[in-house]
Structures are given as C-alpha cells and as structure tokens.
Design a binder for this molecule. Structure first.
Ligand SMILES: Cc1cc2nc3c(=O)[nH]c(=O)nc-3n(C[C@H](O)[C@H](O)[C@H](O)COP(=O)(O)OP(=O)(O)OC[C@H]3O[C@@H](n4cnc5c(N)ncnc54)[C@H](O)[C@@H]3O)c2cc1C
Length: 473
C-alpha cells in the first residue's frame, strides 16, 4: 500500500512511526511524509517566525513555543518506543505539579500531574504501575526526538508543500487519491496514493479536499491570542523546588511559565494569553507595541517572576488561537484527517500534542487490524478495509476529543477580560474546585480518570466487536 502523510508535525511524525511499528509486513508499504517548512533550531526559529507567519499553520508557528505532554501522551510514546520516550523525558522537564495562582498573588491550588492515583482508582490492576507525569518541553524538543526516530527507522521527510489533494476514480494500481506538491524552487510534481493522512494542522489542505469551501469546516478564531517564548538564565529557586508548571489567572488574561528542559539547562518557557476581539494582523505587527502591551497587561500582577519575565522577554510575534467545530467525519475514500487538522483544540486543554499522539496510535492500530486479520467479516478489499478503518477511527476518537473540547470551553472563559468582582469570584471558584475535588468533579467531570485511563486498544476492541455484530446482522 502507498501512504502519503501530509505534515511532519508532532502528529504526522508519530503516525509514521506507529504505521511502521504496527502495519503487517511494514516494509512492504511505502510511506512518504511531505512537509512545507524546514524547522529551525529554537534560537533561529524565534527570530525567523515573523516572516513566515502567513504560511505556517497556527500551531506550527509555535515551533519555538512550549507545551506540556500529559501522562496520557507520554504513555503513547512509551508504548510506541521506550527509547523515544526516554529521549523526550531527558530533554524536557518533569512537571510533577500544576500550580494555579491568581494575579493577586494567591495560590489557588496545586495538583499532582501523576496519573498513578486515577489509574489505580479506575482499575486496581494498574496498582503496581509507575505513574507518568506531565513533561514540559519546547515543541521543537519533542519534534526533534520524533524526527530523529523517523530518520533512524529509515524514514525521510520530503520538503514539499502539498497544494492540492483530490479524489480520483482509481488508477491501474487502484490508488484513489492524487497529491500535487511544489518544492522550495516552485517545481511541481504529482503522485497517487492509496491513503492520504492529513496531519497538516489547522489550515489543512486535506480537510479542504474533503469538505471543500464548507464554512463549517473552517478554523475559527477564538478571540484570544498569545505571546510567548523562552528565557535563558538562572531560574527562581521556587520553580526548582516546586517542580511544576505555573498557571496564573488574572482579570485581563492568563500567564504561564515552566522550565522546558532539565533544571540544569536553565531554560524557562513562558506564555501570556489575552483577549483581542479582532484578529491581530500578524503580518503588520509592531513588536515593540506588543511588548509594551505585555508589560502593561501584567504590571499589577503580584508574582515577581512574571515581572522579571515580561521585562526581559523578547517578543517576536503574536499568535492568534484557532479551533475547529466538530466535523461530521474525519475522512473517506482513502483520505483521513488526524491531529490538529481534525480537531484543533483550545490551548487551555493542554491536550493538543497528546491527542495527536493518541490519534496516531489509534489510526495505525486500526489499519493494522483491518489489513492483517481476515477482513471478510467487515471488508473484502484493501480499499474497503482502509475506509472501514477511517470510519472506526472517527467513531472511536471523535467522542473522546469532543469531551476534551467541552471541558476546554468551561476553562477558556477564565482567561477573558473581567472586572474586580468577577476576578475574585473566579479565584474563589478555582480555589474551591481544587480544595474540594467533588465540586471540581461536578463541574468538569472526572478529569484525571477520563484523560488518563483511556486506552486505544480497548476502544478498538469494543468497536471491532460492534462492527462485526452489525455486519453479521
Ligand atoms: C498557544 C498554544 C499553546 C499550546 N499548548 C499546548 C500544550 O500545552 N500542550 C499540548 O499538548 N499542546 C499544546 N498546543 C497544541 C500543539 O502544539 C498541537 O496541537 C500539536 O503540536 C499537534 O499538532 P499537529 O502535528 O497535528 O499539527 P501541526 O503542529 O500544525 O503540524 C502540521 C504540520 O503540517 C505542515 N503542513 C501544513 N500544511 C502543509 C502542506 N500543505 N503541505 C505540507 N506540509 C504542511 C506544517 O508545516 C506542520 O509542520 C498548543 C497550541 C497553541 C496554539
């Protein structure tokens, strides 16, 4: 089978690795990865972002930004390849706690990030397991570990921009999708594939192939934007001691910071999110004005570390946040969407990368299952098996992502501009939720249980049993 993955972001690279690991006779399949941008090392990426903004997908813009890989994402990496998992842990920061604060200086709560308790509670068989914690990392650091693993397994990234993906009636090899791409010099080429995986982020060209100009499939600006970056230098002792990521909520925005590498590397990542009802023009940005606005926005915030960061920060650009409404499907006819291309999540969820990793694992396991077991119970031909896998992929993954989106919406309101009364109500609400977990559960559900105890293998087994029953009936 010939597979083309569009996009070598976190999800695209992880998909390649999972396919190579799980597909039957993996070397009999050709898998190509297309990527429209050469990623740059952190320092040069930060200084070059500005010029590329219009071309990059929104999360790729954060090539020099930071993220958290939740325990559920870390478990997928461990399952994929213990060496890769080890490399990701080694380059990142073990964030054992999430520390929630108010701009007025109150500590509203501290949550352990470990999944051990939730997994024990949901299934006593997990009691002996070691807990996973959240790993804070530069996006580039995580990306580089995945890229190295792809290269080590013989994979190659083709630096070409995919400009069009199109269904065809099927060529002599039965391939149903045509891909047109251009290289850095503008020279065009096309090829056919049995399966195209759209891991091409929030502005996905594969999504356009599936849904055309349907407004309901277009990314939506959330009304919030962010600035962020890294600061090199001695870290405050308190960060080292608390071993956590700090999230501060205020009346006019949100501020986060955390080491993004082992403490010895003295690298602190930071980000500030705020409301901007109109979409900022990222091409005409005045960085001095953005920096000034950043300092002003946080001038009354009581955490001295935030003051240090905003004074010393170099602001390169502004990053509008995009999300997607739920789509009626994630693919058909040999095309499938995955990661941000299928479900760009609000950053509040802290699940973007982890959900991309879960998607990659689920899609590969489903394809492997459909292509290796005698499929006559469900599908007779390879193309049919691929389409059944795509359908099941959506049925398994969409409800999970939907739950995360719903929870994100409840929390994203906490970053909006509010008055003093609302500000203190927000602090009390957050404090109460963390002090009395039963209240938090009532509002947000069993967050840790839901997030950390999901298993792609279990869900696939259930879905396949259901499909076989339906098919027999
Ligand atoms: C402000 C912010 C904060 C975030 N914080 C977190 C966090 O704390 N934790 C977390 O887990 N996630 C976070 N995320 C999300 C996270 O970065 C992404 O969700 C995650 O990286 C998954 O991305 P992806 O690989 O699916 O898509 P992307 O990262 O967008 O990758 C898509 C790739 O496809 C390439 N591409 C696009 N179009 C084409 C084309 N036509 N041809 C060829 N290549 C193409 C792009 O260049 C890119 O490399 C955050 C996102 C934002 C915006």
């Amino acid at each position: 089978m010939k597979i083309v993955i569009v996009g070598a972001g976190i999800t695209g690279l992880a998909t390649y690795l999972h396919l190579r690991k799980h597909l039957p006779s993996p070397l009999s399949h050709s898998i190509h990865i297309y990527e429209s941008h050469r990623s740059l090392p952190l320092q040069s990426a930060e200084t070059s972002l500005h010029g590329n903004l219009d071309e990059l997908s929104s999360s790729t813009v954060l090539v020099g930004g930071g993220l958290g890989i939740s325990p559920n994402g870390m478990r997928v990496l461990k399952d994929l390849d213990p060496d890769l998992y080890g490399a990701v842990v080694a380059q990142g920061f073990r964030a054992e706690n999430f520390i929630f604060k108010g701009a007025n200086g109150w500590t509203l709560g501290v949550q352990l990030t470990s999944d051990a308790k939730a997994r024990r509670r949901v299934n006593s068989e997990n009691a002996a397991e070691e807990g996973e914690v959240c790993i804070a990392s530069s996006r580039h650091g995580l990306w580089e570990c995945l890229k190295r693993a792809v290269e080590d397994s013989g994979g190659e990234i083709r630096y070409r921009k995919v400009v069009q993906v199109k269904r065809i009636d099927g060529n002599s090899n039965g391939q149903r999708v045509k891909i047109r791409s251009v290289d850095e010099q503008g020279s065009e080429a096309s090829e056919h594939a049995d399966l195209v995986v759209g891991a091409d982020g929030v502005k996905s060209v594969v999504r356009t192939a599936l849904f055309g100009d349907d407004e309901a499939s277009k990314p939506i600006y959330t009304g919030q934007s962010g600035v962020g970056g890294f600061i090199q230098g001695p870290l405050a002792d308190s960060i080292a001691q608390k071993r956590g990521m700090t999230f501060t909520f205020g009346p006019n925005g949100f501020f986060g910071y955390s080491p993004s590498a082992p403490i010895s590397a003295k690298t602190l990542m930071w980000w500030s999110t705020f409301e901007t009802s109109s979409l900022p023009d990222t091409k005409a940005i005045d960085t001095a004005a953005v920096k000034e606005a950043l300092v002003k926005r946080h001038e009354r915030w009581r955490d001295p570390l935030i003051q240090d960061i905003v004074q010393n920060a170099e602001v390169q650009s502004i990053y509008p946040t995009w999300v997607l409404d739920s789509l009626p499907n994630w693919g058909q006819d040999g095309m499938v969407l995955i990661g941000d291309a299928a479900h760009a999540l609000d950053p509040t969820t802290g699940q973007g990368a982890s959900q991309g990793l879960e998607d990659a694992q689920t899609l590969a396991l489903l394809l492997a299952n459909m292509l290796s077991t005698p499929t006559e119970a469900i599908a007779e031909q390879e193309s049919e098996a691929v389409d059944v896998a795509i359908k099941l992929f959506y049925e398994i993954r969409a409800p999970r992502v939907e739950e995360i989106v719903k929870r994100g919406k409840k929390m994203s309101g906490r970053k909006a501009d509010v008055g003093t009364l609302a500000e203190y109500m927000m602090y009390c609400f957050l404090w109460l939720m963390m002090k009395l977990p039963s209240i938090g559960k009532l509002i947000l559900g069993d967050v840790h249980g839901d997030l950390y105890c999901w298993s792609a293998r279990e869900e696939i087994q259930k879905a396949l049993e259901q499909s076989r029953v339906t098919h027999r009936d």
